[in-house]
Design a protein around this ligand. Structure first.
Ligand SMILES: [Zn+2]
Length: 206
């Protein structure tokens, strides 16, 4: 679901058997996120932040307080997280309540929700600590702001690196199967196959 003024895609992954859930990027509109969780009878076991931009992390503390779930983020974005008041200023927003990261999300880490594994891929470039979440059993990728339908994340904000984001996509995302469903941080869902074929930034990579 898109949340907040920048329409960040917040995802709720719920396990039908155990009713455990993992939430990615609760940027805002936590009331709506909780309504989905409740409607499906889920218990949130983990909150994953793909990167420390305000539109992705802004509601994390509210969700953490409401669910008691631990928050995961890559520690390379700690600097950006400390700049939350500056980020709020860019958007003319109020600074959200700060959230304490419980567990660093490192490349290769695996979170298990019910019977489903979520693999952390460190994909720096949009920010130094940007991660993507790969769900092999579902063939799905939550890509944060690393990869979009027809585009990639901007790299002109503090900590961004245009060369590094392309390297991350080349090394970590291109190897994923064409059928992989990509849930980007903003905009429409796509697939790796479609992006390999049509995304200008990915040409010559596959
Ligand atoms: Zn971002």
């Amino acid at each position: 679901m898109p949340v907040g003024v920048l329409a960040c895609n917040c995802s709720v992954f719920g396990d039908e058997q155990s009713k455990e859930a993992l939430v990615v990027d609760p940027g805002d509109d936590i009331g709506q996120v909780l309504a989905i969780v409740e409607r499906h009878g889920l218990t949130v076991k983990a909150i994953v932040i793909t990167h420390a931009h305000i539109d992705h992390i802004g509601g994390a503390q509210k969700l953490k307080l409401a669910t008691g779930a631990p928050v995961y983020m890559n520690s390379a974005d700690a600097g950006l997280q400390k700049m939350m008041d500056v980020q709020a200023g860019w958007l003319g927003m109020r600074t959200p309540e700060p959230v304490e990261i419980d567990t660093p999300a490192r490349d290769g880490d695996r979170l298990v929700i019910g019977a489903t594994e979520f693999h952390v891929l460190h994909t720096p470039g949009h920010t130094p600590g940007s991660i993507s979440l790969w769900i092999p059993s579902e063939g799905k990728l939550a890509a944060g702001d690393t990869l979009f339908r027809d585009s990639i994340g901007r790299t002109d904000l503090p900590g961004g690196d245009g060369r590094q984001i392309l390297q991350s996509i080349h090394d970590k995302l291109i190897p994923l199967a064409d059928e992989t469903v990509v849930i980007p941080g903003h905009g429409e869902i796509t697939t790796m196959g479609r992006e390999k074929q049509f995304n200008y930034f990915l040409q010559g990579m596959a």
